[in-house]
Ligand binder design. Sequence first.
Ligand code: COA
Length: 323
Amino acid sequence: MGNIKITGTGRCLGEKVVSNDDIATIVETSDEWISSRTGIKERCISVDKNTSDLAAEAATKAIKNSGIDVLDLDLIIVATTTPDSFTPSTACLVQAKLGAKNAVAFDISAACSGFIYALNCASKFLDGIKFKKALVVGSEVLSRILDWEDRSTCVLFGDGAGAAVLEYTEENGIMDIYIGSDGSKGKCLSTGEFGIDNPFSVKERCSESKLDMAGKDVFKFAVNIIPYSVNKVLEDNSISLDEIKYIVPHQANYRIVESASKRLKLPMERFYINLDKYGNTSAASIPIALDEMNEKGMLNKGDKIVLVGFGGGLTWGAILLQW
Ligand code: COA
């Protein structure tokens, strides 16, 4: 690797800003509880936009930011847990919305690690010959799968999309990617299984397709896997933490990042955090953060950063890249 670069970023959030006080009118909770346990103050909830709408808006901004022509896109990958439909894929819907008629489009499902998995996949496609430019989007309307009567989960998540344009270049870019999965722990963070419903089905297997989470187990997994993944990608490339300008973690919980900061012995200022405004937007959280950092001018050419994600599956992964 080393010749695939992110050349543009974009984001789009759910239209309605919902504060912790607003959530307290729906379930028995408080701003004090949510803020102190998670760091989340508000989240953006989609009122009218589906996953592909958010994705297409974020993508349009990323394409503009990169300066490429939409017709030059060879590949579109959307990472999502909450697709618009079983078929067509959200990526195909995005392709149609953008008019990116020369691209191949498909989805990836890896929950909150989805953007890391999708970047990995896109980077394998980009060969500089048949595939030169790719669009990778993380997009979610998580509000659709939340149980709005379960205060232990509905307070945590938000809706949004983040996008990145990737180009095959001669310059350094993505240096390495590490990803992992452990399907045996999938129940920690899951939605109910879809039922078997046909004239021949023998038993009812349908359950509510709402998000269910063993919060403490996921917390423990997260605080271990962040430092592990960051160290893995650095050690494999003989790069020290001192050389890394920022860690861009999946935005799940401030206390999770704080614990990772202690374990890595890296000050919190080196972690980019925006979960106070958006909550956990799953596959969208890392590209939304990247776009904010890009917009604020925090990323200069040559800066090394690490993106690190974790989530349902269980899945996790880290990307070492040079801006
Ligand atoms: N408001 C008020 N009280 C709440 C609440 C809410 N929104 N949610 C749970 N509680 C209550 C519980 O019912 C419990 O009450 P009890 O002691 O009377 O039974 C109490 O608060 C403590 O709950 P607990 O689950 O022990 O809280 P916690 O300190 O473990 O924090 C999480 C809960 C969800 C914030 C925490 O476990 C977490 O962040 N886990 C990781 C989740 C995550 O990031 N998932 C996505 C990963 S991609």
